[in-house]
Design a protein around this ligand. Structure first.
Ligand SMILES: [Zn+2]
Length: 302
């Protein structure tokens, strides 16, 4: 792949903005290691993995004050599922989407900005204000991949208006919550967080259900919630069990973030199980896995 050409940035933004942001990016991401064990949904395995070593990945590229590009590298552990399937996974706390070269935080930042700003403006702003190199074609790829809805473009903002947005996506507590360093009680996460990741099996079930009934995913979620609220557990089970997820060949388990309030009701399913979990994602995942196994969709645990 051809690398980007060197860029000279506006000098006036260097000291007040670029330098501090670059320092933070280096502190937070450079050479950091991500090693948390993954979860194999095919084998319901979260403990038997073979460690395959650390692999360097590029969190982002930044532009130095000389106008050169520097890769901010971090290290991501790879594992092989040693229970049955021998699939390869990356560490579950690694900040990457599948098939995206740069880190999740960078991708999410671009997705957010792309809703209201032209790609060229995003490219220039991120470079000048944060020293982050991301070219417009990459942003366009994210728009396509994540189906970003582009609203009416806002009037061109002052560069500095982007600072809080950059801070929020790159460094705020959400980031820490999403990639926690240690084990914390999931209840704390659950109540602190505004959004959760839907586990893939549930997402797929809802998508299938939506397709069959010719409704959107959002409507399918609403429908599932309505059924749950109505107390008709049989119907609720039917939605999940008769819309089994297609066999996934992806090596990295994708997640889909939704507004938490839409999924709070899932907590109730497993309140009595109260298993120890790291975070809401873990909790929902375990809850759903348990639920689907109870219903015979997944093989019983050996
Ligand atoms: Zn497996």
């Amino acid at each position: 792949m051809q690398g980007p050409r060197s860029k000279l940035l506006l000098k006036s933004y260097r000291k007040p903005f670029r330098d501090p942001i670059l320092k933070k990016i280096r502190n937070q991401f450079k050479n950091r290691e991500y090693k948390k064990l993954p979860y194999c949904s095919r084998c319901d395995n979260d403990e038997y993995f073979r460690f395959l070593g650390l692999r360097e990945r590029t969190f982002c590229q930044v532009i130095t004050n000389e106008g050169d590009f520097e890769k901010i590298q971090l290290k991501v552990a790879r594992y092989r599922c040693n229970k049955h399937c021998r699939k390869i996974f990356i560490a579950s706390d690694a900040p990457f989407y599948s098939n995206c070269r740069y880190g999740k935080q960078i991708v999410d930042l671009c997705r957010f900005l792309a809703k209201e700003h032209p790609v060229l403006e995003i490219e220039r702003t991120l470079a000048n204000i944060a020293g982050i190199q991301i070219d417009r074609d990459t942003i366009r790829r994210y728009i396509t991949k994540f189906k970003v809805t582009i609203g009416p473009h806002k009037n061109k903002k002052c560069y500095t208006d982007f600072i809080p947005i950059i801070e929020k996506f790159l460094f705020n507590d959400d980031t820490k919550r999403k990639f926690p360093m240690g084990r914390k009680s999931w209840t704390k996460h659950l109540y602190e967080s505004k959004s959760i990741d839907i586990p893939k099996p549930l997402f797929d079930a809802l998508r299938e259900y939506g397709k069959k009934n010719d409704i959107t995913l959002q409507e399918a979620i609403q429908e599932l919630k309505r059924v749950w609220d109505s107390g008709n557990k049989q119907e609720f089970e039917n939605i999940l069990i008769y819309n089994p997820p297609p066999d996934s060949k992806e090596h990295i388990r994708p997640r889909f973030q939704v507004d938490k309030s839409q999924f709070e009701f899932i907590e109730d399913i497993l309140k009595e199980k109260n298993r120890y979990c790291d975070n809401p994602t873990d909790f929902i995942r375990r809850a759903l896995t348990w639920y689907m196994r109870e219903k015979g969709y997944l093989p019983k645990k050996k």
